[in-house]
Each structure stands twice: as structure tokens, then as C-alpha cells.
Design a protein around this ligand. Structure first.
Ligand code: SF4
Length: 175
């Protein structure tokens, strides 16, 4: 179902699957993870393939590149308004939510919470076996500290994290 929905979107916008995947990753990741290197690690592809994909996304106006203000060797990539609109239209997570809701209806005898825990555990095992990074959501990271005033701090970088930051995925995420 997801593939069919995605294919229709790709034809309409003249994009390849890998380009949409890169755009989708960039819509979810935090400011420490919006680099070509992180996209390469997340997608598990070669540097060349990712570099080409990012060039296409930039030429079509879906992303903007900026240099890191404190380290000019690092490039950050952000979605433009056009990129955000495309993701809002094609977001696989909404479709997944619908599929998930149908699959875990009580009449199927499935407990959605238990199934989710088991699938997360399976994913973690596979990631560890394959030595992949977890790319988890910031609020579940062991480095995420909640301070006495309720704000959040990244224990790894010692930088403050906003409520939006902690909902995003991160290349440095650790359980
Ligand atoms: S707390 Fe963890 S996930 Fe969040 S920014 Fe720091 S390293 Fe990344």
C-alpha cells in the first residue's frame, strides 16, 4: 500500500524513491543529523548515490544547503517550504498509522502495545547485529537530560534542546 502511494507521488513529482527517502529523513532528523554523512548512514547507501540525490532535491527546490557557522567543512540540509509541502502530502507515517490501527483492532486478537514493544525489540536486535546506528527519537536517548526547570539538555553536546528537538531523530541517539 505504501509503495503504491509513494509511486504515484514519485511519478507526479519526477523523483526517484531514494530521493524521497532522503527528503523524508531530512524532515524527521534534528540539527545534529541534517548532514550528507548522516543521510548516507541512515539510508545505508553510497556517498555518491546520496550526493546525487541531494543535488536533485536541491535543483528541484525541495532542500537548501547551508554551511555550519562554526565549521565550514560541515553542510546542513533543510527542507524548503516546497519540500515540507511534499512531505506533508506523501508522509508514509500517516498511512502507516492507518494500517497499524486496522491491523491491531481487537477483533484480530492483537494487543497493539505489546506488538509495538516486540517489533521495537526486534528492530533493536537487528540494528545491533548489523552494527547500525539506532537513529532513535531524541527523547528516548540516554544522553537526554530533563533539568529541574523542565527544559532539556543533550548530555553529549551540552546544548539545550527544545520541545521540537526532542521529538526528532538523531544520528548520535543511544539507548
Ligand atoms: S540527547 Fe541523544 S538524541 Fe538527543 S541530541 Fe543528544 S545525542 Fe542526539
Amino acid at each position: 500500500m505504501i509503495r503504491n502511494e509513494t509511486r504515484a507521488c514519485l511519478v507526479e513529482h519526477g523523483l526517484q524513491p531514494v530521493q524521497l527517502e532522503a527528503l523524508y529523513y531530512l524532515s524527521m532528523c534534528n540539527r545534529f543529523s541534517d548532514t550528507p554523512k548522516a543521510v548516507t548512514e541512515y539510508l545505508g547507501l553510497t556517498k555518491g548515490t546520496v550526493s546525487q540525490s541531494l543535488k536533485v532535491l536541491e535543483s528541484k527546490g525541495y532542500v537548501n544547503k547551508t554551511l555550519d557557522p562554526s565549521d565550514k567543512r560541515i553542510t546542513h540540509i533543510a527542507l524548503t517550504a516546497q519540500g515540507k509541502a511534499l512531505i506533508a502530502k506523501t508522509q508514509p507515517s500517516q498511512l502507516l498509522k492507518n494500517v497499524w490501527a486496522k491491523a491491531t483492532l481487537n477483533q484480530n486478537g492483537l494487543d497493539g502495545d505489546v506488538l509495538q514493544q516486540q517489533l521495537e525489540s526486534l528492530l533493536l536486535t537487528l540494528q545491533q547485529q548489523n552494527q547500525c546506528k539506532s537513529f532513535g527519537v531524541c527523547k528516548t536517548c540516554k544522553h537526554n537530560q530533563t533539568l529541574t526547570d523542565g527544559t532539556h539538555l543533550c548530555g553529549l553536546t551540552q546544548l539545550a534542546l527544545s520541545e521540537t528537538d526532542i521529538q526528532k531523530i538523531c544520528i548520535e541517539h543511544s539507548k
